[in-house]
Design a protein around this ligand. Structure first.
Ligand SMILES: Cc1cc2nc3c(=O)[nH]c(=O)nc-3n(C[C@H](O)[C@H](O)[C@H](O)COP(=O)(O)O)c2cc1C
Length: 161
């Protein structure tokens, strides 16, 4: 796949096959995801590999669609609001880098907000210094939904003098 096929072809996957995704390939994607832009090189991401016990405690309504692996991606809050916002932006780029690489290799992901609730944070043992940007379910897709319509980009653009 070329980059435009990967970007436009990626879908959120809600149902996964039971086949296992190796940690070794996940580590490779994480290594490359580090090349996300990040202001002042704060490299604000932290990754939690979520095991079976913690996964059950998260009480996700579909158990992440039966995903093979589940990761939580955290962002350091930084020293002030601006750094916090920039770090969140950088971690979002990191996550997209990760998801696109997975998709390119036939593996789907599902970005869930389940980790940001009080229960989620407690279950994951996240300190006050970090935000949970996403919990990522990772696995071989069982079902790929049609693309969701996007608004025209022209409706989103303002051309300034
Ligand atoms: C910050 C963020 C949080 C999300 N949280 C959830 C979630 O909790 N549950 C969910 O079903 N999808 C969640 N999603 C996935 C979006 O629903 C999904 O990306 C959107 O519907 C577009 O579908 P697509 O990814 O297949 O293009 C989240 C996406 C982002 C970027």
């Amino acid at each position: 796949m070329n980059i435009s096929e990967v970007i436009t072809g990626r879908r959120t996957i809600k149902k996964f096959k039971p086949e296992v995704v190796d940690n070794s390939i996940i580590l490779e994607w994480l290594q490359r995801a580090r090349y996300a832009p990040n202001h002042k090189m704060t490299e604000p991401w932290k990754i939690l590999f979520i095991g079976e016990k913690t996964r059950a405690e998260l009480k996700h309504k579909t158990n992440f669609g039966g995903a093979s692996k589940v990761l939580a991606i955290l962002s350091h809050k930084g020293r002030n609001q601006m750094e916090r916002d920039e770090n969140l932006s950088a971690v979002s780029c990191f996550i997209q880098n990760f998801m696109l690489q997975a998709w390119d290799e036939g593996i789907g992901t599902f970005w869930s907000s389940v980790g940001s609730s009080a229960l989620g944070r407690r279950t994951l043992g996240v300190s006050d210094e970090f935000e949970v940007v996403g919990v990522l379910a990772i696995g071989y897709p069982e079902e790929i939904m049609a693309a969701k319509e996007r608004a025209s980009i022209e409706d989103k653009i303002t051309y300034l003098d």
